[in-house]
Design a protein around this ligand. Structure first.
Ligand code: SF4
Length: 454
């Protein structure tokens, strides 16, 4: 490897899955002799880990990649890689448009980046690599030191083909890792001090189903994902288990009962609704109705003490009327989500929704987005104020970013709790905090004592 290809800067666009991929790529690059830098201008290699889920994210990344050509005038040896979802979906389109991009590396080839950069340098050529690799996640099971909370990718891809979504085309078909490999990774992380595990996958509640079907062992009453959760909860040292992103239709009794029985599993469940209108859910191909969704929510509320929900919503799918939007609004208020990731629909190429008639204008989408945000703000402020006087069990994360004299952590519903640190409190401890103020985004309180299992 050339000695001047030393410092690498990675810019990540999009979701948590991409964050985790970038984290693993960074570790992999370090193992190959690179050092990481947070300063783009210092870098010898720039990697752009791209997202295709929204048009805006793609445009932002493309704009940035175009601008890099200017840097190369002062730094002719600067190497540029476009990796991840956009690399997977656009491939040669990127190398043709941008002569200064050296490597384009798809979602299943990320472990090959050091080798591909070296090849591009040696052969003075542009390389596009987009093949499928079933064991990519095992290959990228590398983590930084010093984490309290670690993200682990347990499956990749999606077979749902929701009509608005590009993920099945960029991440391919579902592939799940074996439980044994994941548990080995968790145990190694616990040895390094990790207390919270965040499992990641594009369609995480379908974890293991394709594999079980291939082995003719699939039973729709049984959730392979629930089995993984139960195995993870048995590991001493793990205090919290979280996961994203699920599809509501896989919340069978096995999974719901596992969540109910295992207090280590976060009581904030991500539960993507997308729309409250049956007509729009059908156009989206979500394969459930609003009534089905409410049935699952009610089961979770009945069986899981103190459960709260976050969700994904799309406003402005083609054909969404005022009545359809009102149905979404009503369901959001009825379920009382604590967090909403609201997306204004944007056309994604090769997806059925991009060709649907009655595309909506941006102002209307924006207006509907704002209405949902305001409803959420009103509900949350009232809800958090009601928590004043309660005692919350908090996993300590460390000094608050806004005011380092105060510390923060998360309660079992993943709410931020801010408190004055006591001398005996360390990062990773479980402590009891008495809440004296609740605002829209945070709870504030006073340290009482360490929890029994801290
Ligand atoms: S389930 Fe999620 S990732 Fe899969 S196609 Fe639908 S929206 Fe996309």
């Amino acid at each position: 490897m050339e000695k001047d290809l030393k410092k690498v800067f990675i810019k990540t666009y999009g979701c948590q899955m991409n964050d985790r991929d970038s984290e693993a790529v960074a570790q992999d690059m370090e193992k190959s002799g690179y050092t990481l830098t947070n300063e783009e201008t210092e870098a010898d290699v720039l990697l752009f880990n791209t997202c295709s889920v929204r048009d805006q994210a793609e445009r932002k990344a493309m704009g940035k990649i175009g601008l890099i050509k200017r840097y190369q005038k002062n730094k002719p040896n600067l190497k540029v890689g476009v990796i991840g979802c956009m690399a997977q979906s656009k491939g040669e389109e990127i190398t043709e448009k941008y002569g200064h991009v050296d490597v384009v590396v798809g979602t299943d080839q990320l472990h090959k980046i050091p080798e591909l950069l070296e090849k591009a340098e040696k052969e003075q050529t542009q390389i596009v690599s987009r093949g499928l690799s079933r064991d990519i996640l095992d290959r990228l099971a590398v983590h930084p030191e010093g984490q309290i909370s670690a993200q682990i990718s347990i499956m990749r891809g999606c077979n749902e083909y929701c009509t608005y979504c590009i993920v099945p085309f960029t991440r391919g078909q579902e592939k799940s890792r074996p439980i044994a490999s994941i548990i080995t990774e968790v145990k190694a992380l616990v040895e390094k001090g990790v207390r919270e595990i965040m499992y990641l996958g594009q369609n995480i509640t379908a974890y293991g189903i394709i594999e079980a079907r291939k082995e003719r062992k699939y039973d729709k009453e049984v959730s392979p994902f629930a089995e993984l959760l139960r195995e993870t909860a048995k590991i001493d040292g793990i205090k919290r288990i979280r996961f994203t992103s699920p599809h509501a239709r896989y919340f069978n009794d096995d999974l719901i009962n596992t969540i109910a029985a295992e207090p280590k599993i976060s009581r904030m469940i991500h539960f993507p609704l997308q729309s409250g209108s049956d007509k729009i859910l059908k156009l989206m191909r979500r394969r459930h109705t609003g009534a089905d969704f409410m049935e699952w929510v009610n089961k979770l509320k009945d069986r899981v003490e103190g459960v709260t929900f976050s969700t994904d919503l799309i406003v402005g799918l083609p054909g969404e009327t005022d009545e359809d939007f009102e149905a979404t609004r009503q369901m959001c208020n009825e379920i009382d989500f604590d967090q909403e990731f609201i997306f204004r629909y944007s056309k994604r190429r090769n997806t059925p929704a991009a060709k649907m008639p009655n595309q909506l204008d941006e102002d209307l989408k924006m207006e509907r987005n704002q209405i949902l945000l305001q409803d959420l703000a009103d509900r949350l402020t009232a809800k958090n104020e009601k928590l004043v006087g309660t005692i919350q069990e908090v996993l300590v994360e460390g000094p608050s970013k806004r005011n380092s004299e105060r510390w923060n952590g998360r309660n079992v519903n993943h709410k931020i709790v801010i408190f004055d640190p006591n001398d005996g409190v360390k990062v990773g401890d479980m402590v009891k905090i008495k809440i004296d103020m609740g605002t829209q985004h945070s709870l504030y309180g006073e340290y009482l004592e360490h929890s029994e299992d801290s």
